[in-house]
Design a protein. Sequence first.
Length: 122
Amino acid sequence: MVQKDTCDIYCYDEPKVKRIHAELQREDITGVAQLFKVLADENRAKISFALCQDEELCVCDIANIIGSTVATASHHLRTLHKQGIVKFRKEGKLAFYSLDDNHIKQLMMIALTHRNEVKVNV
């Protein structure tokens, strides 16, 4: 017999719902969703992971790491930059990218750890 994954009756804990709803209104959940949406693209996730492995990479390095053209890598890097995930600096004709802060590295490492745990439990 398949177990239903929904409630059989409708009821809720009103104080708990009101408290959490109020907390939700104070947080920028839309911004969090946008961050994960940007990282949900496989190439941008690969770029973020690559930047977790080294302090700084030039666009050409990144293109080779993810197996894309420089133009494609640049497009993804612009998107990541607009979302505050990466920062860049110019050195002559080269553009070097790095993670904007350590939080992105933490998110990537936590996500990979979780994914590896889920693979084991499946």
